[in-house]
Ligand binder design. Structure first.
Ligand SMILES: Cc1cc2nc3c(=O)[nH]c(=O)nc-3n(C[C@H](O)[C@H](O)[C@H](O)COP(=O)(O)OP(=O)(O)OC[C@H]3O[C@@H](n4cnc5c(N)ncnc54)[C@H](O)[C@@H]3O)c2cc1C
Length: 392
């Protein structure tokens, strides 16, 4: 296996980097540096710039707007976006729903939704989790009852990211209560403007608003919004979650954060010298950098193996990427807090009019507790590793 980029891959990386440098509006870059809640207009504006370039849905099949890039090129593209930092194309639609529609959707659904996903004409959110169905997702209770030409949907979703921005939600719903729980689930598409839908905000620990509760009260959903076959939704959800987990390693995000650590530690003074010269601090920084390098190698190894396999299944090693990726992200947020020292205590969840990225370090530290929970908690990933890799 080759762990160095080839000259062609280096040239590709430079092309992507130059494009981002030339086209990413500074306002959006600054917003990304501040971290925290995504701004709807910024995400849309940037995705449309990428779409015009033909890069918004780069990993999709070429017939639906994909680029035909190799898995390594896809990886380089993602890393360059994270490094800039620039928003990625909207994950819920581009990386989750799009591939499911391409694999299992009807022709009408593909023609109707895929071009709008690429151009972010519709903002989609993910309605999987419920109050008593997170890790144990198959216990979900939101029901969809077949009635004439529509389903009648009742129930509640929770932790729904950016539902306040969304036009549509893709949901797992229960369509059969008489069979094993995984076998009675369907995957349907719901227009959030439908009568009977209520979106309520959940405030996060950093005072931000990125997650919500979504309630369905006798919501009518046309039968044509069922994806694939009724009661096969669990298979489609597994397909979607495998792809979601690989993206969660976020190597480029951690690389960018480590650049911030170096920048801040060069500015901060410790015992009359720049903090970056302190051996204890350097030791902590080096330990994270080494872990990140190992994660990057593992990520490339998984990508390389997947590009040589035709199984179509997510590698269970993606669970290792998810665990290590989230641990490293949290470690970088902790190191930034340490570099900021007592100034980190000045942070207030109410102060949202920040202009200097260092004033968002504490909020970001709190916010990133989420990364070991979403996309399947780290404990659940360990169960997957135990079962699928260690054979326990
Ligand atoms: C910021 C954020 C955004 C999110 N966005 C979305 C979204 O857009 N759409 C969506 O559908 N969901 C979303 N989620 C939900 C996320 O997928 C769930 O939070 C996650 O799957 C965990 O479920 P839970 O919160 O119900 O915790 P629980 O499943 O109740 O788990 C509680 C604790 O018990 C542990 N645990 C549970 N079962 C086991 C087990 N079998 N073995 C060992 N330990 C176990 C867990 O690891 C965890 O520590 C989001 C979550 C967060 C935090």
């Amino acid at each position: 296996m080759e762990l160095q980029y080839s000259p062609a891959e280096v040239a590709f990386r430079d092309e992507v980097r130059n494009f981002i440098n030339a086209n990413l509006p500074d306002r959006i870059r600054q917003g990304m540096l501040l971290g925290g809640t995504l701004i709807r207009e910024d995400v849309i504006a940037w995705q449309r710039i990428l779409n015009k370039q033909g890069w918004a849905v780069s990993h999709w099949p070429v017939e639906w707007g994909g680029t035909g890039w190799s898995p390594i090129q896809q990886y380089i593209f993602t890393e360059e976006l994270q490094r800039a930092p620039a928003p990625r194309p909207l994950a819920y639609s581009v990386y989750m729903l799009g591939p499911v529609l391409i694999a299992f959707g009807s022709d009408a659904q593909k023609r109707r939704f895929l071009p709008r996903i690429a151009n972010l004409d519709d903002w989609w959110c993910q309605g999987f989790s419920e109050p008593d169905a997170g890790s144990d997702l198959a216990s979900l209770k939101t029901s969809a009852r077949h009635e004439g030409d529509h389903y009648l949907v009742n129930g509640q979703k929770t932790w729904t990211s950016y539902a306040q921005y969304a036009d549509w939600i893709f949901c797992l719903v229960r369509t059969d209560t008489t069979v094993k729980k995984q076998q009675g689930i369907s995957f349907i598409l719901i227009d959030l403007k439908s009568e009977g839908v209520t979106v309520r905000p959940i405030e996060t620990i950093d005072g931000g608003h990125e997650i919500n509760e979504v309630f369905f009260d006798n919501v009518k959903v046309p039968l044509e919004n069922l994806v694939g076959e009724e009661n096969k939704g669990w298979d489609y959800a597994k397909y979607l979650l495998g792809a979601e987990r690989i993206n969660l390693a976020r190597v480029g995000v951690s690389k960018e954060r480590l650049l911030r650590v170096r920048e801040l530690a060069a500015r901060q003074q410790h015992k009359g010298r720049p903090l970056i010269e302190d051996p204890r601090f350097r030791e902590k920084l080096a330990a994270i950098e080494v872990e990140l390098k190992a994660l990057e190698m593992t990520q490339l190894r998984v990508i390389s193996a997947e590009s040589h396999s035709n199984s179509g299944k997510a590698d269970p090693a993606s669970s290792i990427l998810k665990i290590k990726g989230s641990e490293i992200q949290q470690a970088t947020s902790e190191l930034l807090m340490q570099a900021l020292g007592p100034q980190s205590m000045k942070w207030s969840a109410q102060a949202h009019d920040v202009t200097d990225w260092t004033s968002t370090i504490t909020g970001n530290y709190f916010n990133w507790r989420k990364v070991s929970i979403f996309g399947g908690s780290n404990e659940i990933q360990k169960n997957i590793i135990a079962r699928s890799i260690l054979g326990l």
